[in-house]
Design a protein around this ligand. Structure first.
Ligand SMILES: Cc1ncc(C[n+]2csc(CCOP(=O)(O)OP(=O)(O)O)c2C)c(N)n1
Ligand SMILES: [Mg+2]
Length: 559
């Protein structure tokens, strides 16, 4: 006989069966029964301060483990706060499940207290949004949610849980543990790819997306070595190929190496593996014609819907990265390689772009600081960031040498850097976690520093303070030179902020002060903030605000 359990108990049991180890939440009276079922469950519960932060912590677990991160929020405002993380998980192809407490079934459609129609509100934001009406169907729906979140192109699922459904007693069987469905390429597709490689003069590969493993990356690396193929990583997917490997040609994001852009434009064969080539990496959809450039594009993706969605590739291959990489590793050696010198030149160009940062105005030099971190951090250190021009320093001058070490939103969402670091450190207590933030970005979810303190998570947070929403100011100076509007910030003393929360805080004004401050932060064993002051002129890795303004004013004068 199957024993009788409450809906909430059935739900928590399903999560344990799916291997969930971490649950992030902001509590609500709408799901008290779940909180009670968690009381004795063998799972880490992290109590957070705001639902977007909780969602980003769960997102970090989804990104690092490949299985859905789990976040619980309350109805209405809890869910709309959490929507921030649902959007990021969707754009970034991250497996995530957000459970939402919901009003009682019998009160629906009255606009009861905090009532939201989750299917309607989250339908376009999530990969799937649903509500469980019958506690007996919890095993079925939760198993499906895991399947949907992990399979094809991964993404977020939102599940609303009516309060009274959670206390219904039911006798149901548990579901089985769900594994992501892998899709292997056919022999014909691999032969066609091989023929294209044999005919190519200037081929290269671009790697992107999620669902990768260290083994799949090793397979692609073996293939690249055999074919001497230049390999590019997509925007904020920098762990997919070792930057130190002689085949590495650079990363393709915002403000990329111009030489890399030239190389991709000139390529006669682009093997895009698991990449969507969306707006940021495709440089605003300018790298490839839409849909006509398909002749030189071999597009490999685990979601058939992505193949032919934007680019009409001459050779679309429906495959997930792990079996596709294995198939690449098994490809016979090439008939001949005509691009050896080009591959070496591409790697040289990457090194030249990332090795000697030009001095920038002011006493804090971000390039050398990132290079110092590159040498100082262990290979498996996790580095996080949100959105803002400060992140360009990480992308250009830090080197991600191991898979599962970069947490960064390809969707360019601010507020991601701090909570993702908290989630990563909670799930991986033995790893060093460094979070790089702008002054704007940090305070969007800065409250989660309290969560780091609450759980003794010794993350090291850098706040790069230029006193403004710098990215927007950069665009402003380009479009409306000299008319500063809506972009200035007056900031708190972030070192004092860290100490007020119970962490370690320091102020860094010069490059020389950085390393000793970092070592003291590490030695403190506490969550730490290093408040780093950057000259506002240093708007990105290549130019200054004054130069942008001057160029824009000249252009206006010439009109
Ligand atoms: C949630 C969210 N809100 C607004 C934006 C628009 N935005 C992009 S970058 C940016 C400024 C970031 O400021 P800061 O963190 O200080 O970094 P900086 O650009 O100054 O280095 C803004 C407002 C965004 N990307 N995400
Ligand atoms: Mg700023």
């Amino acid at each position: 006989m199957t024993r009788s359990r409450t809906g909430a108990q059935v739900l928590v049991d399903q999560l344990l069966i799916q291997g969930v180890e971490d649950i992030f939440c902001v509590p609500g009276e709408s799901y008290l029964a779940v909180l009670d079922a968690l009381h004795d469950a063998a799972v880490r519960v992290t109590i957070c301060r705001q639902e977007a932060g909780a969602g980003f912590m769960a997102d970090a677990v989804g990104r690092l483990t490949g299985r859905p991160g789990i976040v619980f929020v309350t109805r209405g405002p809890g869910s709309t706060n959490g929507a921030h993380s649902v959007h990021v998980a969707k754009q970034d192809s991250v497996p995530l499940i957000m459970f939402v407490g919901q009003i009682e079934r019998g009160m629906r459609e009255r606009e009861a207290f905090q009532e939201v129609d989750y299917r309607a509100a989250f339908g376009p934001l999530a990969k799937w949004a649903t509500e469980i009406d019958d506690a007996a169907r919890i095993p079925e729906i939760v198993a499906r949610a895991f399947h949907v979140a992990m399979s094809g192109r991964p993404g977020p699922v939102v599940i609303a849980l009516p309060e009274d459904m959670l206390v219904d007693q039911v006798a149901v069987k548990d579901a089985r543990r769900v594994e992501p469905v892998e899709t292997a390429p056919g022999a014909e597709a691999m032969a066609a790819l091989r023929a294209r490689l044999d005919a190519a003069e200037r081929p290269l590969a671009i790697l992107g997306g999620t669902r990768w493993t260290a083994g799949a990356i090793a397979d692609v690396t073996a293939f690249a070595e055999r074919y001497h193929l230049p390999v590019v990583t997509s925007f904020r997917r920098q762990t997919l190929f070792s930057p130190e490997h002689p085949c590495f040609a650079g990363d393709l994001g915002l403000g990329p190496n111009p030489k890399l852009i030239e190389r991709i434009k000139a390529a006669d064969l682009v093997l895009a593996i698991n990449a969507r080539l969306s707006e940021a990496p495709s440089q605003g959809y300018t790298l490839f014609d839409i849909p006509g450039d398909g002749e030189r594009l071999v597009h490999v993706h685990p979601d058939s819907g992505e193949l032919g969605r934007v680019y009409a590739s001459a050779l679309p291959i429906h495959a997930s990265p792990v079996p596709f990489a294995a198939a690449l590793a098994a490809l016979p050696a090439p008939a001949g390689v005509r691009w050896r010198a080009a591959t070496a030149a591409a790697h040289e160009a990457y090194l030249a772009w990332t090795e000697n940062p030009a001095p920038v105005p002011g006493s804090l030099q971000m390039g050398p600081i990132m290079q110092w971190l590159r040498n100082r951090l262990p290979e498996d250190a996790i580095v996080t960031n949100g959105a803002g021009n400060y992140s360009a320093w990480v992308h250009r001058y830090y080197r991600f040498r191991k898979h599962g070490t970069q947490l960064a939103p390809t969707s360019g969402s601010m507020g991601y850097g701090l909570p993702s670091a908290v989630g990563a450190q909670r799930a991986f207590p033995g790893r060093l976690v460094v979070s790089v933030n702008g002054d704007g970005c940090f305070l969007m979810n800065g409250q989660e520093f309290a969560t780091a303190v609450q759980y003794d998570l010794p993350i090291i947070v850098l706040i790069i303070d230029n006193g403004m929403y710098g990215t927007i100011r950069m665009h402003q100076e380009r479009e409306y030179p000299g008319r500063v509007s809506g972009t200035a910030l007056k900031n708190p003393d972030f070192a004092a902020y860290a100490r007020a929360f119970g962490g370690h805080g320091e102020t860094v004004r010069t490059t020389e002060q950085f390393a000793p401050a970092f070592e003291r932060a590490l030695a403190s064993g506490k969550p730490a903030i290093l408040h780093c002051f950057l000259d506002p002129e240093v708007i990105n890795t290549t130019t200054t605000l004054a130069r942008i303004r001057e160029t824009a004013l000249k252009a206006q004068g010439n009109r």
